[in-house]
Design a protein around this ligand. Structure first.
Ligand code: DAH
Length: 345
């Protein structure tokens, strides 16, 4: 048997396969060369009758030719399938790798709010939500802070131009969550245990102040409530939120809507209360608080001779920074939405 005949057959088969334009043509070629009566099959059948010296060499070449033709058929079939997808008409490339969605995480402040909520819910406080654009009455007057009272200056409020109510005065962006106290006592009868966590706004913007920030406000009004209840509640909060070793102290202060009024300090964790650069003789200022002023209770038609209550107001960002030891060069970073900053947490 002539080796050239085999090589020619192989070349012929492969070039026909490459020119084939359909699956049908490819199948015809397969039958013509490799089918039962195919040209290569016939050749292979003749091999056993060859002399033993020819058998090995020709058998090898014929088998290689068969394998080469089979591979050419497989390759062409794949190419035919790919051609069937007309890329110009396809609007969806199903073979393209998908775009991975960015996986985010909750914002630091959101996490702090969630934690604070859980801590107070465990002792019966209910979260409430009141308007961010608030009337002067709820933000100030109802809290015993009459117009022109100098105490109001510290709140540095944003006023909403041209929005005024005869009954409630000017409209403001609520400067503190204490406005929720007036809303709450107007709406509900004691016992009241509310937790108002909300955005607050003040005309302030520097490294330690942002014009928008969060506060959380607690109000508890019931029969027989006194200062020890306030102290116990704040102590429970401080130990749960900041850690069991932290202590609190109440320092006399003045607010118009509480009497007596106090500022709450928490012991400094850096120096363990000894006094260091970060704190004032071992203490960090945390919040305002006090026993609800009788005038405020009266504004909600609650008889101060029958009921009493305490209230407190904390800055969320401040509490967060004191808890985590997070030192920010600029507190406003929390709100600039720079992912390079936020992704660190
Ligand atoms: N509203 C006060 C502020 O923003 C904080 C505050 C002080 C809240 C005393 C209270 C309180 O509930 O009793 O500075």
């Amino acid at each position: 048997m002539d080796i050239n005949i085999i090589q020619n057959l192989k070349n012929q088969a492969i070039s026909s396969i490459l020119e084939a334009k359909s699956d049908k043509e490819l199948e015809e070629l397969r039958i013509a060369y490799l089918g039962r009566k195919g040209k290569i099959t016939q050749l292979l059948k003749e091999i056993p009758s060859l002399s033993s010296s020819e058998r090995r060499e020709i058998g090898q070449i014929a088998n290689d030719a068969k394998k080469a033709i089979e591979q050419a058929l497989i390759n062409s079939k794949k190419a035919q399938t790919a051609k069937k997808i007309d890329v110009s008409k396809e609007w969806l490339d199903v073979s393209a790798p998908g775009k991975k969605p960015q996986i985010g995480n909750t914002h630091l402040v959101t996490e702090a709010i969630q934690e604070i909520t859980t801590i107070f819910e465990k002792i019966g406080f209910t979260r409430v939500a009141y308007p961010e654009v608030e009337w002067d009455w709820y933000a100030f007057e109802g809290l015993n802070m009459p117009e022109n009272h100098p105490a109001r200056d510290v709140w540095e409020t944003f006023f909403i131009a041209k929005l005024k109510s005869k009954k409630y005065g000017e409209a403001v962006l609520t400067p503190h969550t204490s406005s929720g106290q007036v809303r709450e006592i107007e709406k509900r009868k004691p016992p009241i245990r509310m937790l108002n966590i909300a955005k607050c706004y003040r005309r302030q913007s520097d490294v330690s102040h942002s014009p928008m920030f969060y506060q959380f406000e607690g109000l508890h009004v019931e029969k027989g409530i006194n200062l020890t209840h306030l102290k116990g509640t704040i102590d429970y909060f401080a130990k749960t939120f900041f850690g069991p070793n932290r202590k609190i102290r109440l320092r006399p202060y003045h607010f118009r809507f509480t009497e007596p009024s106090m500022e709450i300090d928490v012991s400094c964790d850096v120096c363990k209360g000894k006094g260091c650069r970060l704190c004032k003789q071992g203490w960090l200022e945390l919040a305002g608080s006090g026993m609800v002023h009788p005038a405020v209770l009266k504004n909600g038609d609650i008889d101060p001779n029958e009921y009493s209550g305490y209230a407190f107001g904390f800055g969320v960002e401040r509490a967060l920074m004191m808890k985590s030891g997070l030192k920010l060069d600029d507190l406003r970073l929390l709100y600039t939405n720079d992912l390079r900053f936020l992704k660190q947490f």
